[in-house]
Design a protein. Sequence first.
Length: 460
Amino acid sequence: MRLLRSIFIALPLAAAGAVATLDAQQWPTFRGPGAAGVADGQQLPAEWDIKTGKNIRWKTEIPGLSHSSPIVWGKQIFVTTAIPDVPVSIVLGDAGTGRAKEAGSYSWRLYAVDATNGRIQWQQEVKSGAPRTQRHDKASQANATPATDGRSLVAIFGSGDIATFTLDGKLTWKADLGVLDPGMFSDQTSQWGHASSPILFENLAIVQVDRHRESYLTAFDLDSGKRVWTVNRNERPVWATPTLLRTNGRDELIVVGGYHVRGYDPRTGQELWRFADDAQVKTPTPFVSDGLIVFAGGYRGRPIYALKTGGRGDLSVPAEATSQGHLAWRTEPGGPYTSTPVAYKGVLYGVRDEGVLFAYDMKTGQRVWRERSNATHAASLLASDDRIYVPTEEGEILVLKAGRTFELLARNDMGETCMATPAISDRTLFVRTRNHLYAIGTSADKPKTVAAAPRAAQPK
């Protein structure tokens, strides 16, 4: 089993510096191997139609409200959800107040879905009851994406629980992470919902908990659930997921914080390097491409940064520096607030929440183009076979032609709000909307609808 996990961990580490070609079925974590969001050789369609069934292989109802992404291992898809006992709603864009009013209870669950036909294989309830914290009125009580290494399946819920299952649905262990209450740093009564997803490394499940008080980074033994190491963090609340990197024979865990971006030894939690980046409300996940660590986020429209790999110690530079030391480049202000960009064939693509699409050169950080999407955005971008896939909150998937000239190929209406980042596996795009999971691919069979059970109160 240790060998299996060593092979698994090589996937994200190898993908860190190159475009991933996924002939296998695996999309095991948020944004896939290395959090890169890239999968070539998939032959995904640019256009589909949920009304006529064009290029829709199947759709399955998933009850509850959850913004977590699907993950894929072999022929199984895994998703989390939080099923309310009274109807709940979300807002889009900036229409809300930032505070949802939670009146009822939830059932936090993990689902396994057959990737070939959309049928639900099993579901397991992790916890039920009243939520321990409130949420942002455009968030959910199940924002974190699960992770798997092909043997263990790890999920985090807004209830404060981390749970590990076998792939056939047997609970291995469960632990309490405490009150997961990140929110606006300047208002410690605000509770917006936890979103950082677990990361698996060798025999460890690593979890980032940056919240109002007593932030920490911790690693659990995957077999026993015992804590192997814990690092206390003097950090502001953030919602980003850590990323693994191997550089110069050294394994690193890249962790975004409200004061610093840091590199840790994933085996021990020892800090290897830090880079000062003081900002509130960081959400985009860091990733590595072309030998550079790319990170962004903060309220709002801040620059995107690219650090050279291999650093040690304090890598911080003066606030006005655009290129110095390990800082390869920093873009002009205007980077993403919520979604994670994608780097593909020398170009970095991204979108701001309010609908500004952009592309930057990966070598220089210079802007290539900027256009309007006429939509709002929360989910992250993906790249496959010279196309960029851009979800919108309103429920469209925009498809762009990759390149140094902006070209919109299609706008595909999913018919429901889309807050979750899709997954790519086995020549299929798996899209999670408000109430459904879709499999999208060319040469589609007649579409099928497979209802989730049991029925429960659905979000408006």
